[in-house]
Design a protein. Structure first.
Length: 302
């Protein structure tokens, strides 16, 4: 179903799939085989997660150092070696780039990085560790409407080569989805926030994260590489991913990722039809305010 904020897709968690091979015994056998086949890599991962900054997160989620063994980690069709590189790169970089106090906040389920009240309705964006069973990005930006989570954008800091990008590192956006059953709140958010739809709002927040971390490129997964992709919902996934990234000005590369520089380039106002320029300026200013709020929130913690 198409909304002002984009389609709402209910993504099945990998362990809930109807595939008969996904039984507990099979999963454990697959896990054991993957672990034994990648012992040197696993030792490096465990060493990285032994840092004091990550111990609480590992205690809360013991599967965290083993996520890369899951075929649905991040995106489809990347190798186990690429998944491991992505996991290691992300946690090594956030440890290097962020002060310990900021890390402690980020590694919680979420802290507020933007908040506004419009006509008695409260809209809040949080940033935190992805903990909801979806492994499509280590960090998530959530939009809350009056305390209810209605939209999520998940991402990781990965080497550019993972997405076929000529950059040392990028923000890889692997999940942009609305929460099923929250269609009315999504419409309310879009209407109240200057017609800036929730996914665009969260991308503005992502730009604030990128500015703080000094990352200048992003890549978004195409629909068929999204780990929760289902053929019967192909049009919804197409709209939520491919079409959305195109509206951001991203271009698809040969590896199947939509790539764009950060901050995103804006369409020249001269090319915007008369009568729409004032509205476009207001929307751009609002998104800049969101990005600045996210960046300032991260800096203040440190």
């Amino acid at each position: 179903m198409s909304l002002a904020g984009g389609p709402v897709i209910e993504s099945p968690q990998p362990e809930r799939t109807a595939n008969p091979t996904h039984k507990p015994a099979f999963r454990w056998a697959h896990f054991a085989w993957g672990l034994c086949s990648n012992l040197p890599t696993q030792f490096r991962v465990l060493h990285a997660f032994s840092a004091p900054a990550f111990l609480a997160s590992v205690r809360a989620d013991p599967a965290l150092p083993f996520r890369y063994l899951n075929r649905n980690y991040l995106v489809r069709q990347i190798t186990v070696a690429q998944r491991a590189r992505s996991l290691l790169h992300h946690y090594r970089r956030i440890r290097a780039l962020l002060p310990n106090q900021t890390l402690r906040q980020i590694l919680n389920p979420g802290f507020t990085v933007y908040e506004t009240c419009r006509d008695a309705d409260l809209f809040r964006v949080t940033l935190g560790l992805s903990r909801d069973g979806y492994w499509e990005g280590e960090l998530s930006l959530h939009l809350y409407v009056n305390g209810v989570p209605v939209y999520v954008l998940s991402f990781s800091i990965v080497p550019g080569s993972i997405a076929g990008v000529l950059a040392d590192e990028i923000l890889l956006v692997a999940r942009v989805q609305g929460v099923k059953g929250c269609e009315s709140q999504i419409r309310l958010a879009t209407k109240s926030l200057l017609d800036v739809a929730p996914p665009a709002l969260l991308v503005a927040g992502l730009q604030g994260v990128a500015a703080t971390l000094g990352i200048q490129s992003m890549a978004g997964t195409c629909a068929i590489l999204q780990s929760s992709y289902r053929q019967e919902l192909s049009s919804e996934f197409q709209e939520a991913y491919d079409d959305f990234f195109v509206t951001l000005g991203a271009t698809k590369n040969s590896a199947g990722f939509f790539c764009a520089p950060l901050p995103l380039e804006e369409k020249p106002l001269l090319l915007i039809p008369k009568g729409h320029k004032i509205r476009a300026r207001k929307k751009r200013e609002f998104k800049r305010q969101v990005a600045d709020s996210v960046a300032q929130s991260l800096l203040k913690i440190g």
